[in-house]
Design a protein around this ligand. Sequence first.
Ligand SMILES: Cc1cc2nc3c(=O)[nH]c(=O)nc-3n(C[C@H](O)[C@H](O)[C@H](O)COP(=O)(O)OP(=O)(O)OC[C@H]3O[C@@H](n4cnc5c(N)ncnc54)[C@H](O)[C@@H]3O)c2cc1C
Length: 282
Amino acid sequence: MIPAAFAYHRPQSLGDALALLSEHGAAAKLLAGGHSLLPLLRLRVASTERIVDIGRLGELKGVRPGADGSLEIGGLTTYSELLAGATMPWVKEAVEGIGDVQVRNRGTVGGAIAHADPASDLPAIALALGGEIVLQSSSGTRTVPVDEFFLGPFETAIRSDEILTSIRFPAQPEGATGAYRRIDQPASGYSLVGVAAVAAMADGRVGHLRVGVTGVGEAAYRARGVESAMGGSDGGTEAVAAAAEHAVDGMEVNSDIHADAAYRSAMARVITIRALEAALGR
Ligand SMILES: Cc1cc2nc3c(=O)[nH]c(=O)nc-3n(C[C@H](O)[C@H](O)[C@H](O)COP(=O)(O)OP(=O)(O)OC[C@H]3O[C@@H](n4cnc5c(N)ncnc54)[C@H](O)[C@@H]3O)c2cc1C
């Protein structure tokens, strides 16, 4: 279908883009790679008075590893650019599984995080890594911890006058390793359930663990029940299996034509076991 009519702006700088957002607020929508927004407009699931096309703003691109092991990723960085620049092998492996070559060449990290599709992969990975989302408006810059960013389906802490300019991940604890495991919804290739885990052992015990889950609830979330059940354990098979029982604690689990809540919950436990075992090096 043809989208409803909209005005089109292509600002030449971040400042110009922010000025347009400040003037038009919720009546404008940002366009980055367009892989999520354009299908919605074409299906008329979404409409907007104005498109502000930020897709060519090179200042929002880049993967910047810090000397201390931290990592900053510009909002307009594509998946392919992330693959070329990311320092963590498990993140690369996860990103290689997102969409296809066209999606990875056009889809942006900021677009995926801002869109907050409940089945999107990057939010789970971001939750496992921790860190903060950097948001800029014409009145300044603020940061939101990734733990507080995803509010609901397609809903985040971004205000209508803000652009997600980057995502910052801190240095991970000494010896930390991560993994992302997912089970696909065969028709779309999106995750039915996806679990990212970052773990570090200290003195033979699990000293650090963050687990991010996608596809299961209304928004990606941290599986804090799993984290606390594993914390201080020996990280062995029994501890992993017991902790995975908490994968959907406190969640209202999605139920749709692809998977009912009981199946999704069961798969969340299975995929959590796989992600934990992989993160722990087994
Ligand atoms: C065929 C196909 C397969 C896919 N498979 C997968 C998959 O397996 N796993 C997965 O996770 N995803 C998948 N995706 C989704 C894909 O990851 C996203 O469509 C893409 O990353 C979104 O980025 P974009 O730059 O295209 O965003 P756009 O479509 O341009 O924008 C999406 C939304 O984010 C807003 N936005 C964009 N950039 C910013 C910014 N910097 N600041 C604030 N708001 C912003 C826009 O206004 C819009 O509301 C798939 C998509 C397609 C088309």
